[in-house]
Design a protein around this ligand. Structure first.
Ligand SMILES: [Zn+2]
Length: 443
């Protein structure tokens, strides 16, 4: 058994606690006690504020290669998509493996204990399956394990290049041809202690209602997470309304996708009926603010969703940056800009989105909180950087959410194992691996 003494720790309430002792055995948290003014003999000392493991609930690992490379052209989401396709077109399993490992290691440095990898680059460049049809998914799972984080592989069904259109160019890599072929391939993926397999409907652009119903049935019958990109862009809503007479949320509801294990990713452009549908089934919405602003998507109405009964999770999606504190505060700060009001989402609520709710949306009901029986994830944020110096116990949660950076994460323990020590990954030279992998992917 290991014992950790946390100078401050967040145990889920509105305030941090001082002098928190956390016992860890077998990858699980045992007793948690507060009020130990000094570390007892034999306890490992964690100075700063210790959080539970964070969950990055929406990731496309290969898009890390685009960081900083898409800003000169201007344009829109749709012109950015062409640049993204150019990277997707070139990936091979070896290159993708090292890029994903470095990206997941960057997440570990940012305090991410679990990633939801929304995976659609399934096949070879001309659309032919690899000898192992799950070669790419297997590489992503291996990359997460090597980086020391848990993964939910959200294997995405993708059949059409747009509503009623065949996949073209790099989209051929994404398509299994039919939903039945998607199901057969995904059934061959194995879960493990740090690995979950979930399903994704790429979007109503890429998956027709009949195929969406099959994917939803697969997830529902196995109690697996089900994610879908929903209403990221107004053009998606227009196409859906023109073809189906319903919004994307309405189409997914008709396909039986809306359930408690459903996560709508983005959910930026919803109407009142969409909000009510998602709230009634207590679904999750995964908001990815740093990507949504990068791609000029718009600002979603997250307060309205929360009031309707939806839980929020957070994702770094395209990895324009990987910083869950930045994602968390952007939920509130973007709504301040749009509404002219402060305080629509409290700091503790945003941390719950980044930790427990994110884990729940990825199928890990036993993670994201520092409590007896939970997975032993501890993320310690130093409070002595120029960003956080002067932080008080009373407002430590607010300081972290509104001023911390991923660079303030000092120590990360995942499932009882030390993954980051004093700001460095224990197994991976993350900067070097990122450099080499990004250069290769974009050369
Ligand atoms: Zn996405």
């Amino acid at each position: 058994m290991s014992r950790y003494w946390c100078e401050l720790a967040w145990l889920g309430g509105e305030r941090a606690q001082a002098g928190v002792m956390v016992e860890v055995a077998g990858g699980r948290i045992g007793a948690v006690t507060t009020g130990a003014a000094v570390p007892p003999p034999g306890a490992e000392r964690l100075d700063g504020l210790t959080l539970p493991g964070l969950a990055n609930a929406h990731s496309h690992a290969f898009q890390r290669a685009l960081r900083g490379r898409t800003h000169r052209e201007g344009g829109s989401f749709w012109t950015w998509r062409e640049q993204m396709y150019a990277v997707a077109e070139r990936l091979d399993p070896d290159d993708y493996h090292v890029l994903a490992r470095a990206t997941f290691a960057e997440m570990a440095l940012a305090g991410v204990a679990c990633v939801g990898e929304f995976h659609y680059v399934h096949h070879g460049p001309d659309g032919s399956p690899y000898d192992d049809p799950n070669e790419m998914g297997g590489r992503l799972i291996a990359a997460a394990v090597e980086a020391g984080i848990r993964i939910t592989l959200l294997d995405a069904c993708y059949l059409h290049g747009g509503i009623g259109e065949p996949p073209s160019g790099p989209q051929r890599r994404f398509s299994d041809g039919t939903a039945d072929a998607w199901e057969e391939r995904v059934d061959a993926l194995a879960e493990g202690d740090a690995v979950r397999i979930g399903a994704a409907i790429h979007s109503v652009r890429a998956v027709d209602p009949e195929a969406a119903a099959l994917v939803a049935g697969w997830a529902g019958s196995r109690a697996r997470p089900l994610h879908a990109h929903v209403s990221e862009q107004p053009a998606e809503n227009r196409a859906s309304l023109e073809t189906y007479g319903r919004t994307p949320t309405g189409v997914l509801a008709g396909a039986g996708a809306l359930a408690a294990q459903f996560t709508a990713v983005h959910a930026t452009h919803l109407d009142d009926a969409d909000v009510a549908l998602l709230g009634t089934c207590e679904a999750c919405c995964c908001i990815c603010p740093t990507t949504e602003r990068d791609l000029a998507d718009g600002i979603g109405a997250m307060r309205r969703l929360v009031e309707a009964g939806v839980s929020l999770s957070l994702g770094s999606d395209s990895h324009a940056v990987i910083d869950m504190f930045e994602e968390a505060r952007a939920v509130e700060l973007d709504e301040r800009l749009a509404s002219g009001e402060r305080g629509r989402h409290g700091a503790a609520e945003l941390l719950r989105a980044a930790a427990e709710a994110g884990h729940a949306s990825l199928g890990w009901s036993d993670a994201g909180r520092i409590a007896p029986g939970a997975r032993a994830d501890l993320v310690t944020v130093g409070l002595d950087s120029v960003r956080l110096a002067g932080t008080t116990l009373e407002e430590a949660i607010e300081a972290i959410v509104f001023a911390a950076s991923a660079a303030d994460v000092r120590d990360v323990i995942i499932d009882g194992r030390e993954v980051v020590r004093d700001g460095s990954h224990v197994a991976i030279d993350v900067s070097r691996e990122l450099h080499d992998a990004v250069v290769k992917a974009t050369a």
